[in-house]
Design a protein. Structure first.
Length: 599
C-alpha cells in the first residue's frame, strides 16, 4: 500500500536507531547521537512553547482536488451533519463487534444504523479524550495541534491553540448553524477557548473531562497527593450554556438533558429553516465515560436491566451495560426527532468513539491488546460508521476496510461530502485526507497508507532522562516504541473491578520496541522486531523520523496561572474562565489581534 500521498519521500537520517551494516540488536542505543539531538530538540520545543512559536515546518503542500460530492447529483442544499462522538467506548462495546457477547442487547439502535451504513473497520482514534477531539476539530494529528502531550486538567492554563481553525468554523463559514451538546475538553482557561469562540453558534455542556452525570460536578485535583484541604478537592459545577452557567439539577440525568436538548434544537431548526439552512450538530456524549453511575432507568428497558444483572454481578460492568443502553436510547430519540422534523433524509450521520475502552470502568476492547491511554490497538481502534439516506443504496450495509483516522473527518466532510475546496495553505497544514471517493469505492481513489498514532517526548519520572513513547502504522506494519507492556483482558467482567487504565503516561515509558503486522494479527501478540527485514524497519523508522522532525511544540504547561479556584468559588462554585486576555501569552495575544483584524 502506498504511503500517505501528503508527504514527499525524505532521505532517512537513521537518527532513531543505530545500524552499521553488521548483525546486531535493534534496541535503540541510549547514548546514540540521536538521543543527544532529541534532548536538544526537546529543549527547542519547550522554548517554543513558552514563546508561543511554531517549532518546525509544517507538512509539505500537496495538490487537492475536490471530490464529486453528494450534492453534485441532486438539488438539495448542503446536508445536515450530525456528528455523534461517544466517550470511552471500546472496540467490542457495540453489538456488531462483540463477538458472541450479549452487548447486542444494549446497542440495538447503534447496530441498526451501522447495518444500514458504512462501517469503518480500520478506524483509528487517539489514545485519550482530548487529542481525539482536537484531531477531529482541526484535521491535524495531536503532535501538530498542540495537544499530543498530556491532556488539560481542570486548572490547566492551556487548550487547543488559537491559531487552529476548527471544523465548526469551516462549516459556520459555509452557512451552517453550528451546535454543540456535551463534552468540550479543549480548554476553558480563557473565554477565547470556549466552544462559542471556536465556531459554535451555541453550546450546552461541560468544559472538563470526567464530570459526574447527575450532579454535573468535578474536582480539579491532579494528584492523589493533593492535601485534603486543597481547594481542588472542592466540588465545582461544570454545566454551561453559551459560556454562562446553566442549572445543574442533581435530579436530572445529564445525558437525558442532552437528549431533550437535541430534540428541541432539531425541532427549532426545522421550524425556522427546514432544510434551507444546514445544521451541524456535534453531539459529544459523556457516556460511557466514568464515573460509573446508574443512569435514569427510564432509558433502560426491563429486558436490558435484567440482562445486565444476569450477565455480571460486578458493579462497574453492570453499570457499563446500563449506561450503554442509555446511550443507545438517546441516539434512537435523536433519529426519531430528525425523521419527525423532515431532516433525516438530508442528513449525514457520523458515529465514532474517542478512544479505546477503559477496562477498569467496564470497557471491552477484546480481542485487541491494551486499552485507553495505550498506543496498542485496544487504545486506538474503535467503533465508527457513517449512516446517511444520501449515500448510494449499494453502499448500505458495507464495510470500509482501509485505514481511516479521525483527522480525516474534516477534509472528508468539507471537501468530500460537501464538495468544498480548502485553500492550498490551509490544506497543506492538515494531516487529514479526503477519503470520500475511497469510501464510495470509486475507481482510482487513493486510500490512506499510514497513520501516526502519536509521539511523546518527556522527562522520565524516575530517572530524569528524556524518553520517547511513539507509534505509527505504515501499510500493514506498526511500530511501537516506549509503551508499557499492556496485555489482553479476556474476562472483562472480572477486570472491570481490578484493572485500571488511569495511568500517568510519563511514568509508563519503557525501553520496549515492538513491530507488529496488524493486518495478519490485530491482537499484537507476536513482536517481529528482531525478525522483520531491514527494509521494512528502515521504512518505519524513516516515517517516524519524518513526523518527529516536523512536529510542533506542545501546548502543555504545568504552571499555575492566576487563581482558578478563587475565581470558581466566587462564581458560586461554577467553573469559568479565570485568565483575562491581557494575561495570555504573547503568542496567544498575537493570534487574537490577527483574528480581530481579519474581521
Amino acid at each position: 500500500m502506498a504511503l500517505n500521498p501528503r508527504f514527499e519521500d525524505e532521505e532517512r537520517s537513521s537518527l532513531l536507531y543505530q545500524q552499521d551494516g553488521k548483525e546486531q540488536s535493534r534496541i535503540p542505543a541510549k547514548d546514540s547521537p540521536r538521543l543527544m539531538e532529541t534532548k536538544l530538540s526537546m529543549v527547542v520545543l519547550v522554548l517554543c512553547a513558552i514563546l508561543g512559536l511554531a517549532a518546525v515546518t509544517r507538512n509539505p503542500m500537496i495538490t487537492r482536488t475536490p471530490s464529486v460530492s453528494l450534492l453534485s447529483t441532486q438539488s438539495n442544499p448542503d446536508p445536515h451533519i450530525i456528528f455523534i462522538l461517544v466517550d470511552d467506548q471500546g472496540y467490542a462495546d457495540v453489538g456488531y463487534n462483540s463477538q458472541g457477547s450479549d452487548m447486542w442487547l444494549f446497542t440495538p439502535t447503534i447496530d441498526e444504523l451501522s447495518n444500514q451504513g458504512i462501517r469503518l473497520t480500520q478506524y483509528y482514534a487517539a489514545h485519550s479524550c482530548t487529542p481525539s477531539r482536537s484531531s477531529i476539530m482541526t484535521g491535524k494529528f495531536p503532535i501538530n495541534n498542540g495537544l499530543g502531550y498530556r491532556i488539560p486538567t481542570t486548572s490547566s492554563p492551556y487548550g487547543l491553540p488559537l491559531e487552529h481553525r476548527t471544523l465548526a468554523e469551516y462549516l459556520q463559514e459555509r452557512g451552517y448553524s453550528t451546535q454543540l451538546l456535551g463534552k468540550w475538553h479543549l480548554g476553558f482557561h480563557n473565554a477565547n477557548y470556549l466552544p462559542t469562540a471556536r465556531g459554535f453558534d451555541s453550546a450546552l455542556g461541560v468544559y472538563d473531562g470526567g464530570v459526574t452525570h447527575w450532579s454535573k460536578t468535578v474536582n480539579s485535583c491532579s494528584s492523589e497527593d493533593d492535601s485534603v484541604d486543597s481547594p481542588c478537592n472542592d466540588k465545582y459545577y461544570d454545566f454551561h450554556q453559551d459560556g454562562a452557567d446553566a442549572e445543574a439539577d442533581a435530579n436530572d440525568y445529564g445525558p437525558k438533558v442532552y437528549m431533550r436538548e437535541a430534540r428541541a434544537r432539531v425541532a427549532a431548526h426545522a421550524a425556522e429553516h427546514g432544510n434551507s439552512q444546514p445544521l451541524f450538530l456535534y453531539y459529544a456524549h459523556q457516556l460511557v465515560h466514568k464515573p460509573m453511575e446508574e443512569p435514569d432507568m427510564e432509558m433502560v428497558t426491563e429486558q436490558q436491566q435484567n440482562a445486565a444483572e444476569i450477565i455480571t454481578e460486578l458493579d462497574n460492568r453492570r453499570m457499563f451495560y446500563q449506561m450503554t443502553a442509555a446511550l443507545d436510547y438517546t441516539i434512537a430519540d435523536l433519529i426519531d426527532a430528525l425523521k419527525e422534523n423532515g431532516m433525516y433524509d438530508n442528513s449525514v450521520i457520523v458515529y465514532a468513539s474517542d478512544n479505546g475502552g477503559c477496562s477498569h470502568y467496564g470497557g471491552n476492547n477484546w480481542p485487541l491488546r491494551g486499552e485507553k491511554n495505550t498506543l496498542f490497538e485496544g487504545g486506538l481502534k474503535v467503533p465508527a460508521f457513517i449512516h446517511s439516506p444520501l449515500l448510494p443504496k449499494e453502499l448500505e450495509g458495507t464495510e470500509y476496510n482501509e485505514m481511516f483516522h479521525n483527522v480525516d473527518w474534516l477534509p472528508t466532510l468539507v471537501e468530500g461530502f460537501l464538495g468544498g475546496a480548502l485553500g492550498e495553505e490551509e490544506a497543506a497544514g492538515l494531516d487529514g485526507l479526503n477519503l470520500y471517493d475511497s469510501l464510495l469505492g470509486r475507481a482510482g481513489a487513493a486510500a490512506r497508507g499510514e497513520v501516526l498514532h502519536n509521539i511523546e517526548v518527556a522527562e522520565d519520572a524516575d530517572t530524569g532522562e528524556l524518553v520517547m513513547r511513539a507509534a505509527l502504522r505504515v501499510g500493514d506494519n506498526k511500530l511501537v516504541i516506549g509503551e508499557d507492556t499492556s496485555g489482553w483482558f479476556t474476562n472483562v467482567a472480572l477486570n472491570a473491578n481490578e484493572v485500571s487504565c488511569e495511568t500517568d503516561a510519563a511514568a509508563t515509558y519503557t525501553d520496549s520496541v515492538f513491530v507488529f503486522n496488524v493486518a495478519t494479527e490485530n491482537t499484537e501478540k507476536t513482536n517481529h522486531y528482531h525478525t522483520v527485514d531491514d527494509a521494512t524497519l528502515d521504512e518505519l523508522y524513516a516515517r517516524l523520523d519524518f513526523y518527529y522532525e516536523h512536529m510542533r511544540a506542545p501546548a502543555y504547561s504545568d504552571a499555575v496561572v492566576g487563581d482558578p479556584w478563587g475565581t470558581w468559588r466566587a462564581n458560586d462554585n461554577y467553573l469559568t474562565p479565570w485568565i483575562a486576555d491581557e494575561e495570555l501569552e504573547e503568542g496567544e495575544r498575537a493570534v487574537l489581534e490577527t483574528r480581530a483584524e481579519a474581521r
